[in-house]
Ligand binder design. Structure first.
Ligand code: ARG
Ligand code: ZN
Length: 849
């Protein structure tokens, strides 16, 4: 077993830096195998600490020379950095190092992607570029000079001098090293401009490889919308003369908010109707907004240390969700966010990888860019806003920006701003940041003499390192409906603070039906004994879109579980409720599509575990298939009508209304392909003029078992488009039958276009594999073996993406002894690999623990 424990870093050990940096001058002489990086750094002793231990981070660097105030020095160098004798007074450090971007397959630090140089420094990548105090509480003004023959050379801040073979950049805003960026290559730009509300003109550019320039317009529009929205809603203006976005094909994550120079995975920028789906357009708009919003929540105010990651990520996710809700449908955004939260964050919170929104220790910080830090971090902010109200939230945010601009801040700073604004004591609320695990809230009702009482009990199961939990503040939004479906109590916010607490509603004429956790007001699991008649009633009448959808979801889950556990037939009442939903023309078609979507296989597996059962992934898969067949049969006429009614005429538009119509029409198409052998899907495939329609048709054809020809045609049409080919790879894995999934994955890895070096392509195959629960968990164990084989290979090249993919195994303890043994074997085989990265070793260690 690898011992990674010796490297554990603790929040409680935080100590301020011994030296601060006033300014940094960097010169890059670019060459693929031997880039020279010269640094000139002005250090001053930190008056805030007595320590004078001078340490600079540095990894995989070849030190050529170093000097202090012009005198050559010979520092003591280790794998992690260097120490050196320095004055207890301001001094200038100069060093020259050599690095090899062309050999950097980890895609962290300075690396090359399709001949272009680019960087990824968050969280700790800058130390692979030069020796530096690579920690977010050291903020400095950077000046950068790039030397190469490449036509485009970019860095942070505003452009300075440039000429043949060089370009200079100066960033006036002090920043931590993780926000440093450099790009150089043969790039073309799609340009635009934005005038801020105080009248400053900003030059905007989206830089891409030649050939991709036709796919930038949507990103540019999204950027302008984001800039305007942040001015209008948060009063935040942009603060440089230029804002650059660069699309990079090889990227471990979605995108990165480097000051003035955002670097994006090309999948999160490039968009065209022919190559991108509605979901792609929505995601691109959201990620552009997310990275742009970081300029204030992340860059102007950054994190003191990496334990505070949620300070910038939770808040920025919350802000981008607000933005999407404003640009599109608020209810649909909320429902899809909850589906995502439950699918990824609840799953994480419920297993060996559970950790608090603000973790207290880590081995490798890259392993903590998680659904918990991001998505639960955003939910915590949503709860805070609900508890204090919109007006106080706005005031608190103004104070946050005023008080902490230029700071490397903490969660304590953040909460203090709310306490000072509202006079509220948030010490109990703070448990949301320190306690891991998803609270379960059970609810009982009582009815007597016109008084209706709801009694809530909260508890949170143990998580690694946290056996016992204290009650949290849980905002529970509740409304009540009368027997005829009218709302008799509009939404009111109950604040649950005790382990058990009751709330009463008086003066009611009849026993009401409660609508609880409206808008999903807290990230908890609500346990309520109720029957399907009540669920169908809420699906029909609830005025809160989230609870309305949730009622349908609970109904579907119950019906599917009965089929699974008791061998029941597809429930007629459920099919009737779906029919009524389809018939209700007042509903948003995107909402109807969400009601028609069944709970995921993973969701049902967890529901079985909650009921004390051991899930059988293949049986779960079969039951969902059976239910879809039943839906297609029972609803066929209505589905045909919906398909016809929701065809969107005219040229493709990516807006929410058009996308909503396509979502419903394509949901109908998927079901109808179970009736007509794929005939309608083939027609749609043959006539589609946009990727949403083309991909949905292909997917429907695969469902009907009639996709072979279309798959070939699709490949021939799109073989030169990397992002579209990712879809082609994924779709085949997603549609593979359980017993055939591993073989399908294996076959695809032999395709000439498969490569481990491109994270998008690797994830297209192996990410889809992990999502195909019945295939991945097939009782042959082939899925586990194949995944382990490839993760072992990938780890040598790209530890970050490998470590991320390990989470495919995180639910292993819910399965039977045979599967558990097979998984353990696979995980131990990974762990035994020589020179396994610390990223992967930490993940496997935690999963096995
Ligand atoms: N800050 C980036 C974002 O959320 C993500 C960077 C992730 N980096 C990493 N090494 N995990 O916008
Ligand atoms: Zn972010």
């Amino acid at each position: 077993m690898k011992d990674v424990d010796g490297r554990t870093i603790y929040l409680k050990d935080y100590a301020p830096p011994a030296y601060l940096v006033e300014r940094v001058e960097l010169t890059f002489v670019l060459a693929p195998e031997a880039t020279r990086v010269k640094s000139r750094i002005r250090f001053t002793p930190n008056p805030g600490t007595a320590s004078r231990d001078f340490f600079l981070h540095g990894e995989e660097l070849k030190l050529v020379s170093a000097s202090v105030d012009g005198q050559a020095v010979t520092p003591a160098v280790t794998d992690e950095g260097l120490t050196c004798e320095v004055p207890d007074a301001p001094f200038t450090w100069e060093a020259e190092v050599e690095i090899a971007p062309a050999r950097n397959t980890a895609l962290e630090g300075l690396y090359m992607s399709n001949g272009m140089y680019c960087t990824q420094c968050e969280a700790e990548g800058f130390r692979k570029i030069t020796y530096y105090p690579d920690r977010p509480d050291v903020m400095a003004v950077f000046t950068v000079r790039i030397e190469s023959e490449l036509p485009v050379m970019l860095s942070n801040g505003n452009p300075g001098a440039s000429g043949a073979g060089f370009a200079e950049w100066h960033d006036p805003w002090p920043k931590p090293a993780y926000l440093f960026a450099l790009v150089a290559g043969e790039l073309v730009n799609h340009s635009g401009s934005f005038t801020t509300r105080s009248g400053k003109d900003v030059e905007l550019n989206v830089w891409v490889r030649p050939g991709d320039e036709g796919k930038c317009a949507f990103a540019m529009e999204s950027l302008k919308k984001s800039m305007k929205w942040d001015e209008e809603v948060y009063g935040r203006e942009y603060d440089l003369d230029i804002f650059n976005i660069v699309a990079v094909d090889d990227f471990n994550m979605g995108a990165m908010e480097n000051k003035g120079l955002n670097i994006f995975n090309s999948a999160a920028v490039l968009a065209s109707p022919e190559t991108s789906t509605d979901a792609n357009f929505e995601r691109i708009e959201a990620i552009i907004a997310h990275e742009y919003f970081h300029n204030w929540t992340g860059n102007r105010i950054t994190c003191r240390d990496w334990f505070q990651l949620c300070l910038k990520e939770g808040l920025t996710v919350f802000r981008d969700a607000q933005f999407t809700a404003d640009m599109r449908s608020e209810p649909v955004k909320r429902i899809t966010d909850v589906i995502d939260l439950r699918g990824r964050q609840f799953r994480e919170d419920n297993g060996p990888l559970a950790h608090p929104v603000r973790p207290e220790s880590f081995v490798e910080i890259n392993n903590f860019y998680t659904a918990t830090v991001y998505e639960k971090g955003a939910e915590v902010i949503g709860m805070l806003k609900r508890l204090v109200g919109d007006e106080a939230y706005a005031k608190a945010l103004d104070l946050y920006f005023e008080r902490h601009d230029g700071d490397a801040a903490t969660i304590e700073d953040w909460l203090k701003v709310f306490e000072d604004t509202t006079g509220r004591d948030l010490s109990q609320f703070k448990r949301w940041y320190s306690q891991a695990g998803t609270p379960r809230v059970s609810v009982d009702e009582a009815w007597e003499d016109g008084t209706y009482t709801l009694t809530f009990r909260q508890s949170t199961p143990p998580t690694p390192g946290q056996p016992v939990k204290d009650p949290r503040v849980i905002p529970i939004a509740v409304g009540l409906l009368g027997p005829n479906g009218d709302e008799v109590q509009e939404t009111t916010l109950l604040e649950l603070t005790e382990a058990e607490q009751s709330f009463t509603f008086e003066g009611l004429a009849a026993k009401p039906v409660p609508s609880i956790l409206r808008g999903f007001s807290a990230p908890v699991i609500l346990d309520r004994e109720t029957d399907n008649a009540e669920r169908a009633f809420l699906l029909a009448h609830d005025t809160d879109p989230f609870c309305k959808w949730e009622a349908g979801r609970a109904l579907a889950r119950d019906v599917l579980l009965r089929m699974l556990n008791e061998g029941a037939a597809p429930d007629k009442a459920f099919l009737g409720a779906l029919s009524s939903t389809l018939a209700d023309e007042s509903l948003d078609p995107a909402f109807v599509a969400l009601v028609l979507a069944l709970p995921s296989e993973d969701d049902l597996a967890q529901a079985q575990v909650d009921a004390g059962l051991v899930p059988d992934p293949q049986a779960i898969h079969a039951v969902r298939e059976r239910m879809r067949d039943a839906m297609a049969e029972a609803l066929e006429d209505q589905l045909r009508a919906a398909y016809a009614a929701h065809q969107v005429p005219g040229p493709y538009r990516p807006d929410a209304d058009a996308a909503a119509s396509r979502a419903l029409a394509n949901t109908a198409l998927m079901l109808l392909s179970r009736r007509d052998g794929g005939a309608l899907a083939q027609t749609q495939y043959d006539t589609a003029d946009n990727m949403t329609q083309q991909l949905a048709a292909l997917s429907a054809l695969l469902t009907a078992g009639a996709g072979e020809e279309a798959l070939k045609a699709f490949e021939a049409q799109w073989k030169d488009d990397r992002l579209v080919m990712d879809k082609w790879f994924s779709l085949q894995v997603a549609h593979a039958e359980p017993g055939d999934t591993a073989a399908t994955v294996e076959r695809l890895t032999r395709h000439p276009a498969f490569t481990m070096k491109n994270p998008n392509r690797f994830r297209a195959v192996f990410g889809a594999f992990a999502m195909n629960q019945a295939g991945f968990h097939h009782d042959s164990g082939d899925g586990y073996r194949l995944m382990a084989d490839w993760l072992i290979e990938l780890d040598a090249l790209n530890p970050q993406t490998t470590a991320r993919m390990c989470s495919a195994f995180q639910t292993w303890r819910r399965y039977d002894a045979d599967r558990q043994a097979l998984i353990r074997e696979a995980l131990e085989r990974i762990m035994a690999k020589k020179d396994l990265s610390r990223d992967t070793a930490e993940m496997i260690g935690r999963i096995l623990d």
